[in-house]
Design a binder for this molecule. Structure first.
Ligand SMILES: [Zn+2]
Length: 191
């Protein structure tokens, strides 16, 4: 079986609560859709905020919608070094005890004590594809990427949901290490 899957690079981004959107952009503010993402219902917004760390600032960071229950910042280890913080590698949503940061928007600032993570590399699968490939939710698989910087990634966690579209998400450090430019497909290998 050929378990070929699109590999998307997930650049640094922020998920915000509705409350934090109002603090950063003003009362009554909501996110404006710029474009839809591959995962159904998720979108990149037009809004931007700055991440302010003890050692540096990263300006104009993308915000993904819709609003969430917890504010979460997903950055690369390169970004973490620039900001001067030490976020853990975690799955999305698992933010307890993670790093804090200051977010600065046009209308105000928010300081979070936790919520900054380096996203664990992962594959989104639909239940149909997971069944066909005999892969379970939370299974750890390998991902092989071909090309002149060919690389096999270990520790790719698979998440299965009927709300997903099949795709692997790597961060910019990982994608650059494997020379991912343009539309890239990888192959999942069971361990
Ligand atoms: Zn993802």
């Amino acid at each position: 079986m050929n378990m070929k899957i699109i590999v998307e690079t997930s650049a640094r981004h922020i998920h915000l609560t509705a409350e934090h959107i109002e603090v950063l952009f003003g009362k009554g503010s909501a996110l404006t859709v710029r474009n839809e993402l591959s995962q159904p219902g998720q979108f990149a917004s037009l809004e931007r905020v700055d991440l302010v760390g003890p050692k540096g600032t990263i300006k104009n960071v993308l915000i993904l919608g819709p609003a969430r229950k917890s504010t979460q910042v997903e950055i690369s280890l390169t970004d973490a070094r620039k900001l001067g913080i030490k976020p853990p590698v975690r799955e999305s949503g698992d933010i307890k005890g993670s790093a804090g940061i200051k977010l600065a928007g046009p209308a105000g600032e928010v300081i979070i004590d936790e919520g900054v993570i380096v996203a664990k590399r992962h594959a989104h699968l639909t239940p149909e594809v997971a069944k066909e490939w005999n892969i379970a939710n939370n299974e750890i698989v390998l991902l092989k990427i071909d090309g002149e910087r060919a690389l096999i990634f270990d520790e790719v966690v698979v998440r299965v949901s009927d709300k997903f579209a099949p795709a692997v998400h790597l961060d910019t450090d990982e994608a650059n290490a494997a020379g991912c430019i343009g539309e890239v497909y990888g192959t999942i290998i069971k361990k």
